[in-house]
Write a protein that binds this ligand. Structure first.
Ligand code: BDR
Ligand code: CA
Length: 326
């Protein structure tokens, strides 16, 4: 079988329970993804929590070598809106993980993005699961980084309804100007919005399957995901809690699980009721060139099988380590 070199990747995130799951998915697949660093912004909760939560995910995965860079604490304009009600005060409702032993890198996330992208011998993929401030500021400061970005896969937006306002999805609403910078950058942004992520809901049966994997990562995620299981049922009439951000990693590992269409996307940066909305021209009414691959469907069973297999591998890693000791 042909073997491919692991995909060079930077994850920009704001953990948050579902970002936390996304980090654990990446770290479960080192043979597929070469994680060059994690950049963090304020978002679901303030930056001091999101950055600590990224470190906690790395330690839980047994990967204290991963480099985590704190970035912008707030959006380009206005103040940040948090999602404390959804993910809890620290962003990781349902668990109380130990204070991380590993430290944040001293370099600012935007400097790391620019330095890495300006010196890389190979194009790098960016995965984004939070407000887009860090990436946008890096592009504004050094537009030449765009030449070395292989692709940008982003969780954000919605073809139809919003989740933070009637019109807007949280990540784009949190920093519409930043999202605007990306969608006008000349890169085609792979966009996984609420229409797709709302298909990826947890269930009590899946929690049992997850917990039965019987490894510390799976146990921790079971506790966390159970703690916000009912939020999306109550607020969005869904049958469980939504796994928004893991969709991005699922896409990178197996794009065939997803359906997408190339269309034009514009971000509403007005200050009215539509602020932060992604205006997705699904029927190509405007005749504008496509600036996005917009995903609208996912193979749900295929996704959950992939996710479960990745999380099961943490048991194998533990067994391997124990085997090495005997
Ligand atoms: C997005 O906002 C946050 O709630 C999640 O972490 C996800 O990135 C969904 O709208
Ligand atoms: Ca997020």
């Amino acid at each position: 079988m042909p073997t491919h070199a692991p995909l060079p990747l930077i994850l920009d995130c704001d953990p948050g329970i579902d970002d936390f799951v996304a980090i654990l998915m990446i770290l479960a697949a080192p043979e597929r993804i070469n994680l060059l660093g994690i950049t963090v912004s304020g978002g679901n909760v303030p930056l001091h929590h999101t950055s600590q939560n990224a470190l906690k995910a790395c330690e839980l995965a047994g990967r204290p070598d991963v480099k985590v860079y704190a970035g912008c604490p707030r959006p380009i304009l206005r103040e940040l809106v948090y999602e404390v009600e959804v993910y809890g005060e620290t962003g990781l409702k349902g668990v109380d993980l130990p204070t991380p032993q590993m430290s944040l890198q001293s370099t600012h996330a935007v400097d790391f993005l620019i330095d890495t992208l300006m010196t890389t011998p190979k194009k790098i993929t960016l995965a984004t699961t939070g407000p887009l401030t860090n990436i946008a500021v890096a592009i504004v400061r050094e537009p030449r980084i765009l030449d070395n970005i292989e692709q940008i896969v982003t969780m954000g937006g919605s073809i139809e309804l919003g989740n933070i306002t009637p019109a807007a999805e949280f990540n784009f609403y949190a920093d519409p100007e930043a999202a605007h910078v990306l969608y006008t950058s000349g890169k085609k942004i792979t966009t996984i919005g609420l229409d797709t992520t709302h298909q990826l809901v947890t269930s009590l049966d899946w929690f049992d399957r997850l917990d039965a994997l019987d490894n510390p990562v799976a146990h921790t995620l079971t506790l966390m995901l159970r703690a916000f299981y009912e939020y999306d049922m109550k607020h969005f009439g869904l049958t469980g809690g939504v796994l928004h951000d893991p969709s991005v990693i699922g896409y990178l590992l197996n794009p065939l699980l997803f359906k997408e269409k190339d269309v034009h996307v514009e971000i509403d940066t007005s200050f009215g009721i539509g602020r932060g909305r992604s205006i997705i021209d699904w029927w190509r009414k405007r005749g504008l060139p496509a600036n996005a691959h917009v995903v609208n469907e996912v193979d749900v069973k295929g996704f959950f099988d992939l996710l479960t297999d990745l999380l099961a591998s943490y048991g194998n890693k533990k067994q391997k380590a124990e085997g090495a000791l005997t």
